[in-house]
Each structure stands twice: as structure tokens, then as C-alpha cells.
Design a protein around this ligand. Structure first.
Ligand code: GDP
Length: 463
């Protein structure tokens, strides 16, 4: 397929959701202001409108299956992933470790597991960009004192130490043999290849294949990093058998405890379940019916009990004991590694995700999910943020349809303007800053397209 075709197809899919976000939200507002008999009329429009939206989304899914490019998408996804994985293996297994240039990354960032995985991925991206073998220092790791290698396969078969070489702090010099990387927030100077940039040499192929190329790119690093040790693999398999894992299934992640009120708002289980219901109704649009099943992960055990009581028509897979441990592990103790590995794994292999992207747990699951499909960019509903990578460079969208602000809250837009996006309000509007006018405000989400940043990176011609 051409790039234009794939972009257009995905744009229609996104904007079907956006037009419905817009109308349902506007009608919801009007409903509050009218008399009771009008409310009934509006409700009936909302119900029929929602069905109409689901039908369109379902048709888009079929178009995508039937347009003749599906076999190509699978092959291309495999080829691209194989290429990147080969490059990572090559980088990590230098012929002479004693002479190899190295980048040291310490897994001691004071934060949760998802945050630490993102720290490791950021290090790995810098390693890839500077052609330095990544040395992951993890002895005494908060989540497993014995270190990373006891849980996941080592990042190299032959090169896990800096040996007697002298270590220099970032950025070091090109000839420095060992450079030590700080956390992304303290990185100075900041290189252009940090997320959300993707490598230029595969950027055309990635943009054509995937709706969220950066998520795919991050997912590839996780694919390499998270190759489980035998014990971890067995633990995952046994746990799935015990839980009675089955598909179809929607993964729901409810992040509570220390996050609520500090970094994210509270969302009731009903909010999550509304989107789960909508997903199943879309799958069942032709009158088929399927078992309603969710996998529910949380750091609040009460959520699991509450969901079981409130949604008896759902088969709910989830372990309240794991959630109880999770609440403890958010308070910086080293319990709970198995629980969070399991929960992220199961969220990532679910058919669809309903969660808050303010949580790194769900973002990691979404990133890993991209390694399992040619493009799983649409398989989520976030109740708050759009996708982001902590410490990322500015996320820009390009205006394709002009807009005249209708009030003081809205932005003027001219085609070609770049807008730095802050978030999507999921009501038809996004918030951002027009970089031409420096104005900050709301704009209709359908009037822009994503601008994918690229960076010139090594092309690993020997691979
Ligand atoms: P964030 O704080 O949600 O952005 O994500 P982090 O991964 O950085 O930190 C949250 C930590 O809380 C996780 O690493 C887990 O230790 C724990 N946690 C949060 N949600 C869950 C969950 O659903 N299951 C489990 N097992 N642990 C969780």
C-alpha cells in the first residue's frame, strides 16, 4: 500500500471515534439544560448514535482485513522487528568486549517498575544511537536484590561489565570507552534522538506500517529487554493456568493508591466498564454474542471485589492478593515484582486495553502489545492522557484544516502550523500550543495530523 492510503485509512478510524466524542459530549451538555421530555429524546439519539459509531468502526476493521494488504502488513511487521532485534543483538554482543565502547545505565531510579523499565529503554535508545554496548547495572535493584539477570535474560551473552576501563560521565567524548548515563530528566545536553523520535533509516516503513511509530519503536526495546528467564517464564505460564486465562479478553488497569490526587484523578470502575462494554458491543455489532471477560489489574484490591459484585455478567480474571501486594510495592519495598511482571504481561496480551495512560504500568503494557500485532495502536482507551514517554521532546501535530477560534479558549489554526499537543480531552478537542502564534488553547482534534519526528541514527550496515 502507499503511505497515503495507510495514513488516510487510519485517520478515518481515529476520526470516527473523534466525531462521536464530539457529538456525545455536546449532547450530554445540552441534556443538562433541557426539560425532562427532551432529555428522553436526547438519550434516544445518543443510543442510536453510539450504535452507528460502532458500526462504522466495525466496518473500518473489516475494510482493513479485506483491502488486500493484510498479509503484507504481517510480513512487514515481522521484517522490521527482525531487523531491529538483529541490530540490538549485534550491538550487545561485540566481538571483543574488552575493547568495546560502553554505556552504563544504573537501574536505581527511585520509582516504580514501569518507570524503571522506561529508564532502561531510554538508556538502550542512547546506546543504540551512540553505538555503545548497554551495560545494565542492577545489583541491589529495588525490585530484585539479586539483579536483573535473575529475572530476565542478560542484555548480552558476553559483555556485562566495564572491566578496568575508566568511566566518564555523560556526554563524555567520542573516544571515551565508557560513558555513564544519568536519568533522562538530568540529561545535558539532550540529544535529538530521544523519544518521540524514530530512526530515519526505517522511518518511511514505520510510518506506513504503524499508527504510533514511537510506541512500536519503544516496544522493540522492551521485546529485547524482557526476554524472560526460565523461572519467570514458568511463573507466567503457571499463573495463567491458575487464573484461568482465556480470550477474548479486555485488559483493565485501575491505578489508585499513591497516584490518585497527586499525578492522576480518581476514576470509578464504572467509567472503565463503560468503555469495556463499548468494545464488546462493537465486536458484537452483527448480533453475535461473546463471553464478556476482563482481566482486571490494580494496586487497589477493593476494585476487584467491587467489580465482581457490580458486574456479575462479566467473567472477571484478576487476583486480589496480587493487588494487595501491589499497594505495598508502590511504597518502595522490594515485594511485588512477580505481581507486576504478571499483570503487565497479561495486560499486554489482552485484546484491548482500558486504563489511564498517566500510569507507566499501562503505557508499558501498550508498548509491549505493539510487538504482537502489525499495528495495535488503536487497541486502547485511556481515560486521561494520550500516549507519552516521560522526558520526551515536544510532541507536535501539524494542522491540515484551518480553524477560526469561536471563543477565547480556542486556537486559530492555519494549515501547516505546528501545534505542540498537551492532551486530548476526548470530547472532540485537544489542548496545545500553536508554535506560530505561541497561543495556548483548545482545537478540534480532527484538524491536525501527527508529525512523526525522525533522527539520523547509525544504520548498522553490518547486520
Ligand atoms: P505509575 O506510578 O502508575 O506511573 O507506574 P510505575 O510502574 O512507575 O509505579 C507504580 C508501581 O505500583 C508499579 O511498578 C507496581 O509496583 C505497583 N502497581 C501499580 N499498579 C499495579 C497493578 O495493577 N498490578 C501490580 N501488580 N502492581 C501495580
Amino acid at each position: 500500500p502507499t503511505l497515503e492510503y495507510e495514513l488516510l485509512r487510519r485517520r478515518i478510524q481515529t476520526n470516527i471515534a473523534e466525531i462521536w466524542n464530539f457529538f456525545s459530549n455536546e449532547l450530554g451538555k445540552i441534556r443538562k439544560q433541557v426539560d425532562p421530555n427532551m432529555k428522553e429524546d436526547i438519550n434516544s439519539v445518543l443510543i442510536m448514535g453510539a450504535e452507528h459509531k460502532r458500526s462504522l468502526l466495525s466496518d473500518m476493521e473489516r475494510l482493513h482485513q479485506l483491502d488486500g494488504y493484510e498479509a503484507w502488513r504481517h510480513q512487514e511487521a515481522k521484517d522490521l522487528s527482525d531487523l531491529v532485534q538483529r541490530r540490538l543483538r549485534y550491538l550487545q554482543n561485540p566481538p571483543d568486549c574488552g575493547k568495546a565502547k560502553k554505556l552504563v545505565c544504573k537501574l536505581n531510579k527511585g520509582c516504580g517498575y514501569g518507570c524503571q523499565l522506561h529508564h532502561a529503554v531510554y538508556c538502550f535508545i542512547v546506546a543504540y544511537a551512540t553505538e555503545r554496548t548497554l551495560i545494565l547495572k542492577s545489583k541491589g535493584w529495588r525490585y530484585h536484590k539479586g539483579g536483573w539477570e535473575e529475572v530476565f535474560q542478560p542484555v548480552s551473552d558476553s559483555c556485562l561489565d566495564i572491566g578496568p576501563a575508566r568511566a566518564n560521565n555523560w556526554p563524555g567524548r567520542p573516544e571515551s570507552q565508557v560513558v555513564v548515563l544519568p536519568i533522562i530528566d538530568s540529561l545535558m545536553p539532550r540529544p535529538p534522538y530521544l523519544p518521540l523520535a524514530i530512526p530515519e533509516d526505517i522511518s518511511f516503513r514505520l510510518k506506513r506500517l504503524h499508527s504510533e511509530p514511537i510506541v512500536w519503536w519503544v516496544g522493540q526495546f522492551l521485546k529485547y529487554l524482557l526476554r524472560p528467564q526460565k523461572g519467570t517464564q514458568e511463573f507466567l505460564e503457571n499463573s495463567m493456568a491458575k487464573l484461568g486465562w482465556k480470550k477474548p479478553i479486555v485488559g483493565v488497569h485501575v491505578r489508585r493508591t499513591d497516584k490518585v490526587g497527586t499525578e492522576a484523578a480518581f476514576h470509578s470502575i464504572d467509567e472503565y466498564m463503560t468503555h469495556v462494554e463499548d468494545y464488546y458491543l462493537t465486536q458484537e455489532i452483527n448480533g453475535t454474542s461473546m463471553t464478556r471477560r476482563i482481566f482486571l489489574a490494580s494496586d487497589d484490591a477493593r476494585v476487584i471485589d467491587e467489580a465482581r459484585k457490580k458486574y456479575p455478567q462479566y467473567e472477571i480474571i484478576g487476583d486480589a492478593e496480587v493487588a494487595r501486594m501491589a499497594a505495598v510495592s508502590t511504597r518502595y519495598t522490594d515485594t511485588g515484582l512477580n505481581g507486576i511482571i504478571l499483570d503487565i504481561h497479561l495486560l499486554s496480551i489482552s485484546d484491548y486495553l482500558v486504563c489511564t495512560f498517566s500510569s507507566q504500568v499501562c503505557r508499558v503494557a501498550y508498548e509491549i502489545m505493539q510487538t504482537l500485532y502489525p499495528d495495535a495502536g488503536h487497541r486502547f482507551k485511556s481515560l486521561d492522557d494520550i500516549y507519552y514517554y516521560g522526558g520526551q521532546n515536544q510532541h507536535n501535530r501539524q494542522v491540515v484544516i484551518p480553524h477560526k477560534a469561536r471563543n477565547h479558549d480556542e486556537l486559530h489554526l492555519k494549515p501547516g502550523d505546528l501545534v505542540g499537543v498537551a492532551g486530548n480531552h476526548w470530547d472532540g478537542f485537544s489542548k496545545g500550543k500553536n508554535t506560530r502564534t505561541n497561543q495556548v488553547g483548545l482545537f478540534p482534534s480532527f484538524k491536525v495530523v501527527d508529525k512523526v519526528e525522525t533522527a539520523k541514527l547509525p544504520t548498522y550496515p553490518n547486520v
